[in-house]
Every structure is written in C-alpha cells, then in structure tokens.
Ligand binder design. Structure first.
Ligand SMILES: [Zn+2]
Length: 229
C-alpha cells in the first residue's frame, strides 16, 4: 500500500504538503478530490448498512518502517458491510489522530485495513482521546520492533479486542492517507472513541521518531453518513 522506494515522511521537505511533488505516482495526493483524512461533520443519519465484525485471529508479525508500526494478520478475520465481505490485512496507527470529529482533534488513531475479493479496500478507523491507558494500544506497543525491524509473533494482539461495544460508525468515500493517496477507499470511522494515556502517546510517536499524521483534507462534494442501528 505504500511506495517505500520513494522517500516521503511527515515533516520538512518530504512532509505531507510536498507529497504530490515528490514523484509522478504521488500526484493524487495533490490533485485528488476525494482525499483522506477529513473533519467528520455535517453527516446525514442513516440506518442502512450495519457493520458486522467476525474477528478471531491474533497478529502473526509486526513491522516498523519508520512511519508506523504494522501488525499483520492471517486469513479468517472479516467485516461485513453493505452486503460485502472484507478480509483484514493488518493494523497500524497514527499519532496524533488523522480524522477529526466535528472539529475535535484526537491524540491517536488505529487503522484496520481490509480488502474484498475484488481488491477494494475498506479501512476501519478507531479514534482515541487523552485519558486512561488503552489495552489495545499497549498490546501494539509491546509488540512493536525498532525502526527497520520485523518480528514474528506467536500470539500477538487479538484483533477482537479492537471491536468497540457500540457499532455505530461514520462512513464516507476517501483515500489512503499515505502516498500514493489512492482514492476509492471506503472509510468506516467508529463513533465510539477510546482513551489512551499520555505515556502511550509519547511511546507511539517515539517508535517512529515523531508525529505521523496527515492533516485533514477538503471534503468537497462528498456526503458523510452517520450509520446507526
Ligand atoms: Zn493509516
């Protein structure tokens, strides 16, 4: 999902405002009209397309590429939304968070990346505000290797721990939040917001050498839905 061969980052001359100019493949980061993340606001209520999680697996490996830490999952973890089934590929984080809710900023965000049989991506976003420590985030921190390293995990973070008790969510059409900023991504941002401690936030950023969030992008003509049961 990312082009590791062409250097990009989160600050200075390779930061988000420069991504589109770094190479031709990244031009969508600047020219795209349905980019992510966004400030989630002005949403329309909907009772269509409830989401179902069928998660049973644990992470098999963790990787730190210096921009985030990925937890990889094997087959067998799926979500069903809108009559379509998507398989979990992996989890990674951003800190500070990328999406905003009604103008509120958050300190961390998990992205659960899924793909259907046709190659279409659906990403579930979980937002965290400052508060008590998060067991999920701690599981990720405990599994995280140093920059450039990969470690195999026997029984890494159980992905079922990531499913909130309330399955209401916001939905809109957007993009990858990293180069090449490919559009056509179904975004599902859960309405339930978790908490994470300041020590955990500090560690998340330390793991990758600093903040790793893309700023919010214009919503343009897109409609955001608030889907509840
Ligand atoms: Zn992400």
């Amino acid at each position: 999902m990312t082009h590791d061969n062409i250097a990009w980052g989160y600050s200075g001359s390779i930061g988000p405002e420069h991504w589109a100019g770094l190479c031709h493949e990244y031009r969508t980061c600047g020219e795209g009209t349905e980019q992510s993340p966004v400030n989630i606001t002005g949403y329309a209520p909907s009772h269509a397309r409830p989401i179902a999680f069928s998660y049973g697996g644990a992470a098999t490996a963790s990787r730190n590429n210096g921009r985030t830490v990925y937890l990889d999952y094997g087959p067998g973890n799926t979500i069903d939304v809108g009559g379509r089934s998507y398989q979990l590929q992996g989890i990674h984080y951003h800190s500070p968070a990328e999406h905003m809710l009604d103008g509120e900023s958050f300190v961390a965000e998990l992205h659960l990346v899924h793909q259907d049989a046709g190659g279409n991506l659906a990403v579930v976003g979980l937002l965290f505000r400052s508060g008590g420590p998060s067991p999920i985030i701690q599981g990720l921190i405990d599994a995280a290797p140093d920059i450039g390293a990969t470690i195999d995990l026997g029984h890494g973070l159980a992905v079922s721990a990531c499913v909130p008790g309330v399955l209401d969510y916001y939905s809109y059409d957007g993009s990858l939040t990293t180069p090449p900023c490919t559009e056509g991504i179904r975004w599902i941002v859960m309405q339930s917001v978790g908490t994470v401690s300041q020590a955990q936030v500090d560690r998340l950023q330390e793991l990758v050498g600093g903040p790793n969030n893309r700023p919010v992008q214009p919503i343009g003509g897109r409609q955001i839905y608030a889907v509840s049961r």
